[in-house]
Design a protein around this ligand. Structure first.
Ligand code: IPT
Length: 988
């Protein structure tokens, strides 16, 4: 880095004059506010704990104000507990200080009275991971959660309730109490209020409840209290509806959920809303005594079957979205913000509701395989700012004076605890791509200034900025900055501040110095400085990279200040991990893909993190620190000017090995003997129910709804037997199931067709008029509906609402009816595989007989290859084993990709070591690539892959399957233990 001595010119007299004249009113106003505050402590608590309190501005933890910057994470969407630690370390690295957990009742309870919290369901491990990562937890145990999950998180057995769910009635009360009793055993000991501490600071009641049954909400609240929940309760209103703000069932802290970009990712550039102050206006009326909370604020979007895919969602809810919508929240006074999702994960097995497919990537900041995105880095820029610049915590709104108000909206926030002012600027027309220049009049104790004074301040398209004025930081006094602040630190002999804006944008950074007549500015010639009357103005263009400006004698007691001016791309890769939580100190490092943590021991900082290439780093080290290590290895550092240390983290390409599946030996077996008319179904469940508690009306008896017979997930077989006669001309069937479901029908072994849900008539059939005829129907389900509207929609049936022989009159149809047998997963609610749980396997023959499990003896199966050489009718199963070898010290998240040209429609299930990690629909998509999480995937040895191919058309021919890494990282990923994966032999 080349430094030249800065040119000190005199600041314009006119501006200096304005400054001194105007100084007084602002100061007076601030003092007045201070007086108003005096003696009034309007902190509230819930009467149970003083560890978590609040006032109208923020939450307070042990009396300390915090911005709760939280992200949503679903442990049930990542079936590998050690990866929870990995992901939550990444939350911490992005400077989230909170994580919100939904707890999924159905995930833990396959049957009334049966609960499982072991293995991948061990929620204690999720709390431990959060605590280790120093994250506060918002617990959200429902009982209803929505979350694009099967039944919205209700267990499927609840579908057989007579009474409505989510209202107070004896039957539902008893059931939800059963769940809350079980989950509270984990929530209660993990609260911050415990002697030994714990991560939970807030506990949610229900979820977006719109059912208006206040007694029900109150009963949930009372149940949590009775079981020992002491932390404040919260409620997430589905919008600005005023539900449960006060009165019966109201929580301690009310807030609402908002998804301003919506969920249609097919038009990613389209953003609907206009910038406004609606949240602020609403909260000012609704609950002014509480901090403004967005318990779910859009962090991405889900994508439906046949949708445009998550890359489109990632584009729609991108880093520009994060800049504009999140900063607008801060400008409106929001000081609790939970991103839904921060990490989405996998809706593995039958976990999803029909509206979504296997991947729940969500276009979230951290992608499904755990990778960083630009939005993740943007979120970090914001989070670190929010945690660093304390006067931004408690602020009041004011309307600043700006020019260009036709195009730009600036929300002013004045700190109530310091004279500091904040100006949150964004386009009035939120999606505007225009380049607009503007000025703001800032009102400071140093005077009024119309800023910028001598450069340009712009919003170039989809951007938003939080500008800070009149801010005492470390030993310095900032008059204002038109660059945004990332963070600042006292590093001993000098202070450092990192500021940024898009490359090529101009910036102004003005400080009032410690009163000394002269300051010395060392920088390069892209920066000009003017100094007069103790005010130093830097004017510059944001570089590609970072421009350091070293100001000797800048602060109180003449403390030096290093200003690091970064262009946006470089700013994204600044990290400021906390090294001392009590003293609130951080260490600054630029360059790495991911910095997980930093610890100081003696004269060295130990960093852990991940890199994806050889990476040049810049480090600002506290005084007395002279060396660093990266993942335990010493890094050679070069000390440049002003203690900016530089070094290089060397990336060594690992030897990653994995089998080429296109050359692997596969075994094949046909897998739908149920279509044969002489298949023995005597052990199957007889359809004999004459009533149902479903919300779906049945036109036929017996009831043909799978759930009424205890079969709740995946594929369901129906076999109907009838005696032929010359009058019978055919039959009809009406199928009910979720979006993207499919059903196929055979008569006496002959394929009749494959369909979407709805009615079909079958005529011109080869009916045996003298004897027995067998209809076989296979229903491939995609989960149950949710219950977001509290109308029992989750009880919508999966099966057939009508099944009639044609050619008979009504009377004849009564007697000559069809005898039905039903078969779903082996054991129904008495799971054959409690380890993998209720959603892992359905009722395909191969699933019932353990063909998907490791160790299944497939040696007698036919040899085959994938891509398949033949088009095959009926269900086909393929098995192979493969090796993966990922060396220690690397994270190489792997996937399985279907590369397919097949034109006939088919569905496929993919089982890795017995775990159902993918549902593929070649006719719908969009998902072709399926994440194979480490822990399920053995990354140092053998794996078993089983793939079922379920043609919807008569026959299908599966294309290629390939193993593919998402990325190769030299990584400090924590060690990942293998998840218990029972084998075929274990099941016997
Ligand atoms: C909100 C739900 O609370 C949450 O569970 C999830 O389903 C989310 O939507 C969408 O991913 S409801 C919101 C759309 C008003």
């Amino acid at each position: 880095m080349v430094f030249v001595k800065g040119v000190l010119t005199s600041i314009s007299l006119a501006i200096a004059a304005v400054a001194s004249v105007a100084a007084r009113p602002a100061q007076l106003k601030f003092e007045k506010r201070q007086e108003d505050q005096q003696g009034i402590d309007d902190t509230s608590d819930n009467g149970l704990t003083e560890r978590v309190t609040w006032d109208s501005y923020t939450l307070k933890l042990d009396g300390e104000r915090v911005f709760l910057f939280s992200g949503e994470f679903h442990y049930f969407r990542l079936p590998s507990p050690d990866l929870w630690t990995d992901i939550l370390q990444k939350f911490r690295a992005l400077d989230y200080n909170g994580v919100s957990f939904y707890f999924n009742w159905g995930y833990h309870s396959p049957k009334k009275g049966v609960y499982n919290f072991d293995g991948v369901r061990d929620v204690q491990k999720a709390f431990d991971a959060a605590e280790e990562a120093d994250l506060y937890v918002i617990s959200r145990a429902g009982p209803y959660i929505n979350a694009e999950t099967d039944c919205g998180g209700f267990p499927s057995w609840l579908m057989d309730m007579r009474s409505p769910a989510r209202y107070s009635n004896e039957e539902y009360n008893a059931n939800r109490k059963e769940w809350l009793t079980e989950i509270n055993k984990f929530l209660v000991p993990n609260q911050i209020t415990n002697k030994k501490g714990g991560p939970i600071i807030l506990n949610q009641l229900e979820n977006e409840y719109t059912g208006h049954d206040a007694e029900y909400m109150e009963a949930i609240k009372q149940k949590f209290l009775a079981d020992g929940i002491e932390v404040p309760s919260i409620f997430n209103d589905k919008g600005m509806n005023n539900y449960f703000v006060n009165g019966t069932g109201a929580p301690d802290i009310y807030g609402f959920d908002k998804y301003p970009a919506g969920f249609d990712c097919s038009n990613p550039k389209k953003w609907a809303t206009n910038a406004s102050t609606e949240y602020m206006d609403y909260y000012a009326i609704t609950n002014p005594e509480q901090p403004s909370a967005l318990w779910e604020f859009q962090g991405g979007a889900f994508d439906p079957w046949n949708g445009p895919g998550y890359s489109a969602c990632r584009q729609m809810v991108n880093e520009q979205y994060a800049k504009i919508y999140y900063k607008s929240n801060y400008g409106q006074g929001v000081r609790i913000q939970n991103h839904y999702m921060t990490y989405g994960g996998i809706s593995w097995g039958g976990l999803a509701t029909p509206s979504v497919y296997t991947s729940y990537d969500y276009g979230a900041p951290i992608s499904e395989p755990g990778l960083m995105t630009t939005k993740a880095y943007e979120v970090k820029l914001q989070a670190t700012f929010l945690h660093t610049v304390k006067p931004f915590l408690a602020t009041e709104y004011f309307e600043p004076k700006i020019d260009n108000s036709d195009n730009i909206l600036v929300l002013g926030r004045a700190s109530i605890e310091a004279p500091t002012k904040f100006y949150v600027a964004h386009h009035l027309n939120t999606p505007s791509d225009n380049l607009d220049e503007f000025h703001v009049t800032v009102n400071t104790t140093d005077g009024f200034f119309n800023i910028p004074k001598s450069s340009k301040l712009v919003l170039n398209g989809r951007d938003a900025k939080v500008l800070v004025a009149d801010y005492d930081f470390e030993s310095q006094h900032l008059v204002y900055s038109t660059s945004e602040i990332f963070t600042h630190q006292d590093v001993g002999s000098y202070d450092v501040i990192v500021v940024y804006a898009y490359e090529k944008e101009e910036g102004e950074f003005v400080i009032k110095t410690g009163g000394k007549r002269n300051v010395k500015v060392e920088t390069n010639d892209s920066v000009t400085s003017e100094f007069s009357d103790g005010v130093l103005q830097l004017t510059y263009t944001h570089p590609n990279g970072t421009t350091p400006v070293y100001i000797s004698g800048a602060g109180k007691k003449n403390k030096d200040l290093l200003v690091l001016i970064s262009g946006y791309e470089t700013a994204l890769l600044w990290w400021a991990p906390v090294i001392d939580k009590k003293k609130d100190t951080r260490v600054l490092i630029n360059g790495p893909y991911l910095v997980r943590s930093a610890y100081v021991s003696r004269s060295s900082v130990a960093f852990t993190g991940d890199i994806d290439q050889t990476t040049d780093i810049q480090v600002i080290l506290p005084r007395a620190i002279t060396s660093i290590t990266w993942n335990g290895k010493k890094v050679k550092l070069h000390k440049g000017d002003h203690s900016i240390w530089t070094g290089t983290l060397k990336f060594t390409e690992p030897e990653v090995k994995y089998t080429d599946l296109t050359k692997a030996k596969w075994k094949y077996s046909p897998g739908s003997p149920e279509t044969d008319s002489d298949f023995d179904d005597s052990e199957w469940t007889t359809a004999d129910r004459l009533t149902t508690n479903s919300v779906t009306t049945s036109d036929t008896l017996p009831i043909l709804y799978a759930d009424d017979y205890g079969y709740h997930t995946g594929s369901i077989w129906f076999r109907g037997t009838f005696n032929g006669s010359s009058e019978i001309t055919g039959f009809n069937l009406t199928c009910i199931s979720g979006a993207a479901s499919a059903w196929m029908v055979w008569l006496n072994g002959e394929y009749l067709g494959g369909f979407d849900v709805g009615s079909q008539e079958f005529r011109n059939l080869d009916i045996n008029i003298k004897g027995k005829n067998v209809i076989s129907a296979l229903l491939w389900t995609t989960g149950h509906e949710e219950d977001g509207g509290s109308n029992d929609a989750y009880k919508t049936a999966r099966g057939f609402t009508s099944a009639k022989l044609l050619g008979l009159n009504d009377d004849q149809n009564q007697t000559a009816s069809i005898d039905w047998k039903i078969q779903g997963n082996l054991g129904g609610e008495d799971l054959a595989d409690p380890v993998r749980g209720a959603y892992n396997e359905g009722g395909l023959y191969g699933e019932r007989y353990g063909w998907h499990l490791p160790g299944f003896p497939d040696s007698k199966w036919e040899d085959a290859s994938i891509p398949e050489e033949k088009s095959r009718t009926g269900v086909s199963w393929y098995r192979t084993t493969f090796d993966v070898d990922i060396p220690e010290g690397y994270d190489v998240p792997m996937s399985l990709r279907y590369v397919d040209e097949t034109k006939t429609r088919y569905r496929s299930l993919l089982f890795l070591n017995g775990w159902q990690l993918g549902r593929y629909a070649n006719d719908l998509g969009p998902q072709t690539q399926f994440y194979l999480p480490r822990g399920i995937l053995n990354t140092s040895g053998l794996n078993t892959l089983a793939v079922a191919v379920i043609p919807i058309d008569e026959a299908a021919q599966i294309g290629k399957l390939i193993l593919e890494p998402y990325k190769v990282l030299q990584s400090a990923i924590p060690s990942v233990d293998s998840v218990e994966s029972p084998s075929y032999q274990d099941r016997q």
